[in-house]
Design a protein around this ligand. Sequence first.
Ligand code: PHE
Ligand code: ZN
Length: 879
Amino acid sequence: MSEPEVVYLKDYLPPAYTVETTHLTFELAPEDTHVKATLRMKRHPEREAGVPLELFGANLDLRAISLNGEALPDSRYRIDGERLIIDDVPDDFVLDTEVVIAPEQNTALEGLYRSNGMYCTQCEPEGFRRITWYPDRPDVMAKFTTTVIGDKATLPILLSNGNPIDQGDLEDGRHFVTWEDPFPKPSYLFALVAGQLEVVESYFTTRSGRTVLLQLYVEPQNLHKTEFSMGALKRAMKWDKETYGREYDLDRFMIVAVDDFNMGAMENKGLNIFNSSAVLANPETTIDAGFQRIEGIVAHEYFHNWSGNRVTCRDWFQLALKEGFTVFRDQTFSADTNSAPVKRIEDVAVLRTQQFAEDAGPTAHPVRPDHFIEISNFYTLTVYEKGAEVVRMLRNLLGKETFRRGTDTYFERFDGQAVRVEDFVNTMADVSGIDLGQFMRWYEQAGTPRIDVAEEYDAERQEYALTFRQHTPATPGQVADSKLPLHIPVRMGLLNGRGNPIELAVGNERPGHEMVLELREAEERIVFKHVAEKPTPSLLRGFSAPVILNFPYTREQLAFLVKYDVDGFNRWDAGQRLAQEAIFDVMHAIQAGKAPTLDDTLLDVFDYLLKTPDRADRAVLAEMLQLPSEAYLAGQLAQVDINAIHDARAFVERSLAEQLHFHWQALYESNVTKAAYEPSFEQISHRALKNVALSYLCATGDEDALALADQQFKTATNMTDTRAALTQLVHRHAGKRADAALKAFEARWSHDPLVMDQWLTLQATQPHPEALDRVKALMAHPAFSLRNPNRVRALIGAFSQHNHVNFHRADGEGYALLADIVLQLNKSNPEIAARLVLPLTRYQRLDEAHQQLMRGALERIRNQSLSRNLYEVIEKALA
Ligand code: PHE
Ligand code: ZN
């Protein structure tokens, strides 16, 4: 294929023409939807007159085009790839176009498409150009009026952004509704939905006393899954008012659940469209983690109304401006609503496992990328999760109150505008007086910074010194020498030998028991005075910066921190480090052909945690009792041996299970509840502990334990307990019990695709060598479809991301399977294909044999004609 065009941030120019108003009319039909657009346009004040007008479009069949009411002859415009160019246009004009599109044929799920017979749209980032010719870029903001026309019997509900201003019947059994959105918006926030939908309604009264109609539209079979999300939406609306002073601005807020959706959900103005997996929940069908994920996503999309919609992005390089900030907002909402330490632990686990892996691989990019081929490839963990960490650091540097003044000022200054990351950071600098010049490097430099810390203790002078050396490794396009030191906040404290916090004294400052060090240099030494004995440092509390911090802790010190640190996050982190060292001991023994043993210190710590469970709150305890994942462990090694990691982790798990058997039994029993299910934090903690205990009990492979899992499976009244039990039966390879349970589950749930996704996932992630054949067989199961992104993620995504031993089979069959599927999706859904392929690109730390197999699979993909999405990822991976 001809090389696709690269877009650079440095080439940004304001649009030559802006749109004041956009009038759209849709006549819906599966194969030939007619879209008429009337755009009132004006020359941009900063651009000279006479510049050609440039519109974007893809897969559009142009039927008519006229300028100021006069049809344009072919000679007046040209179409060049995705651009339509009109050479001379006046300063002020009206452009009319009519195109025909085929939603039924749209399998990419960008633009207007069909999902279970309903019509819906996805326009971010560049899907609107698949609907009509338009200056489809976020810095063009227009007022939209949209008329939707459709068959009244099959499409009784016709929705778009804003408020309905007109509706009526038409001939041939059709009807129409006209919607008007009073807020100027970029085209990526446009939405349209039409179908046979049921609606659940509620109300929310804002502080200023306005009543907002809340509507949740679902297919009839999903009506029993709406209650939780409606509650979550109200909690989010209340929280955003209290925490950020943000109120909702339209009279109605609509959410629609659709089954076929590439991402989690979309914040279209007044009409959020959700992947059904991100909004539908019910105790019988949804696990606790599912409820919490849904609460977070509902909040996230709602929060976008201010951080994203009212204040939007100037260009797509600024994506983290809305996403990083909004993820930070939803993280703190969830922390305030549930357990703050658990939320932090979970978010950091994702960041350190997945974002750090991205940062260390061929697709690494800064939080604000500076070039792209396909912007859809940049909806990444780096933009979202690292982007949120950067905002969190800002809040920690400014303090909560000043940060709030900063966000107030930001919303006030830039309301209705399309802005840049600098506008956000400069506002924070203005309100605080803090120089954030160096801080901007967090947006510009890719890669995870490393901090090596060394200690010295001078008993005579009673001084304790810490030396911090930071560096950021090279990433594609950014050599190591080009990386400058970052401004890094390190929250820390010191503990004395009895586990009590030490009063800190640095220079003339007495910050108390805890302080935030602000590192700015490549190397910095900090001296603590009046330290009567050699302390144990507790560093990077709450994970105050997205870095890898190394301190040469002894195992005794790690155990000590688990017991005594005041910071819940660091207690967990110390335990994880200890577990990691114990697992790596075993791994080295296995690799050297020696008999492995379990580290005593780790055993002691687990014994301690299980004997004094109230030392940590239950939910944190459930986190502390879990070993680091194989993916996380792999990320800590320069040379990865997948099987050795798996076997070593399994050995440690089994040893803990056997040696503490009595405790696991007790933990299980003490957390069984009879209360009716609620997704409350209290109950979630009990179930988490109970199911962690079940997992250890089953790790022994004992018949009694598997019988207990079987019994839990048969008697469970909620999906959390059902799925935990079924996972044990399948993953511990419980033979007939597992088969029977899988069958029973299938018989009960075959009508519910979101539940069957879980059935697919837990089979795809079983560590047994049978997994690959099982995945292949399941691809032919009626519950699977290559057309639906949720199904693909549940089976193929789960296998390639969470079943390391089988994905990385020595015969390369795991890679071959993924490559085959990616090539099929390359044609039907490029966005999903480019995402799904990523595990194949992470071969750098594997042995030569695996590397060759993975590269071979990538080369096989490269030999085909690729979408822009896949082309960009594959080229980076093979560079
Ligand atoms: N903007 C959406 C969100 O984060 C994500 C999304 C991106 C959805 C692209 C669809 C397509 O909330
Ligand atoms: Zn978002």
